[in-house]
Design a protein around this ligand. Structure first.
Ligand code: NAD
Ligand code: DAU
Length: 351
């Protein structure tokens, strides 16, 4: 079955795992990775598959509507898997407009290009929009997000993702565009950019720097290993119901402080340091404005309808992740030089 699948944001954290999954699993597909290579995009993430005959990279910015249409006309994708985004909540608080441009306008540009080239002939076509559980806002102490939970975003990032989800549904309802949406919980794993909690703490433990915990550390997130997210995207892209949305998660909630303590324990073991060494770096700092208390995904629908189950436990996934970072310190050094340092100093200066 020869198909062309265009994956946006394929040089980023999750996108690179999705590209690898598709390039290796579907040799008959032509995989086009479209990415602007922002600070978060890195072709080093795809070194092992970049010479595959079914893989092509195209550098493009999804905010450039004319260029995006030209690329769609050239490659004629049958499927689009859209991951390109500004993805970091803290950066969205500093510069919301960049998030509107990429996450909202960029998504609409892709929808328009798909609509333009498919011209109402939707047989074998699919637009898969990759989104987040943050669109649902925050939970209290109990309850889980289901696919019917009302949208209630609080950060500029989640507001932009919620808006993009609404546009995707609007193009399905108005123009009949064949779409699916996945809303996933927090990912972790190899190639995670060290502005996010887990890789930031790994990097700081290696450099003997403070581990900044926002507020009282009791904020709760639901963590999924990135390769398990890539497998869920593969499943929903191929088997999800047209127009449907699927929550993706692994029923794996952790309070931030407990998660960081588990990470410290594993790091001490792997670095042959006395238990409790990394813990001493834990530092409570000023809270994130508008910080959502708790996210937790009810993944019953994807489990029951599509038979989805994560392949690793959190402890296993975290161990694989730490090993990857220990074995790829060049990668970590290269992404934490230059602009990263400026961002880091500004973000954490007030303590
Ligand atoms: P990331 O920041 O690591 O990567 C984003 C990628 O998009 C980068 O390669 C970047 O170069 C590219 N990009 C950014 N702006 C672009 C533009 N204007 N044009 C083209 N490319 C552009 O992000 P991630 O963590 O891999 O997230 C990928 C997607 O998954 C996002 O849509 C995000 O909202 C969603 N998501 C992320 C998580 C998570 O925990 N990281 C969880 C659920 C959903
Ligand atoms: O829930 C899915 C979302 O998960 C994705 O949509 C986002 O793209 C992704 O970045 C992630 O968002 P979070 O804001 O939850 O991830 P982050 O790693 O930034 O923060 C995780 C938790 O840790 C959150 O409660 C804030 C806290 N935190 C984060 C940082 C960076 C700290 O306490 N200290 C920190 O330095």
């Amino acid at each position: 079955m020869n198909k062309t699948i265009l994956i946006t944001g394929g040089a980023g954290f999750i996108g690179s795992h999705v590209v690898r999954e598709f390039v290796l699993k579907y040799p008959d597909y032509k995989i086009v990775n479209l990415d602007a290579l922002t600070y978060a995009g890195n072709l080093e993430n795809l070194k092992d598959v970049e010479n595959s005959s079914n893989y092509t990279f195209v550098k493009a910015d999804i905010t450039d509507a004319a260029h995006i249409l030209q690329i769609f006309e050239e490659y004629q994708p049958d499927g689009v898997i859209h991951l390109a985004a500004e993805s970091h909540v803290d950066r969205s608080i500093i510069d919301p407009t960049a998030f509107v441009m990429t996450n909202v306008i960029g998504t609409v540009n892709l929808l328009n290009a798909a609509k333009e080239i498919w011209k109402g002939n939707f047989e074998g076509k699919r637009f898969h929009h990759v989104s987040t559980d943050e669109v649902y806002g925050t939970l209290g102490e109990i309850g889980l997000f289901t696919e019917t939970t009302s949208y209630d975003p609080h950060s500029p990032y989640s507001a932009s993702k919620a808006s993009s989800d609404h546009f995707v549904r609007a193009y399905h309802d108005t123009y009949g565009l064949p779409v699916v949406i996945t809303n996933c919980s927090n990912n972790y794993g190899p190639n995670h950019f060290p502005e996010k909690l887990i890789p930031l703490c790994i990097h700081n433990i290696l450099n003997n720097k403070p581990l900044p915990i926002y507020g009282d550390g009791k904020f709760t997130r639901d963590w999924l290993f990135v390769i398990d997210h890539a497998k869920a995207i593969d499943l929903v892209f191929h088997e999800g119901t047209n127009g449907g949305s699927y929550n993706v998660g692994g029923f794996n909630e952790w309070q931030n402080i407990d998660l960081v303590r588990e990470l410290c324990k594993q790091m001490d073991e792997k670095l042959n340091r006395p238990n409790g060494t990394a813990d001493q770096l834990i530092t409570f700092v000023k809270d994130r404005p508008g910080h959502d208390l708790r996210y937790a995904i009810d993944a019953t629908k994807i489990n029951q309808e599509l038979g989805y189950k994560p392949s690793v436990t959190f402890e296993q996934g975290l161990s694989i992740t730490i090993d990857w970072f220990l074995n790829n310190q060049d990668w970590l050094d290269s992404v934490t030089s230059g602009d990263y340092q400026k961002y880091y100093d500004n973000q954490y200066k007030a303590g």
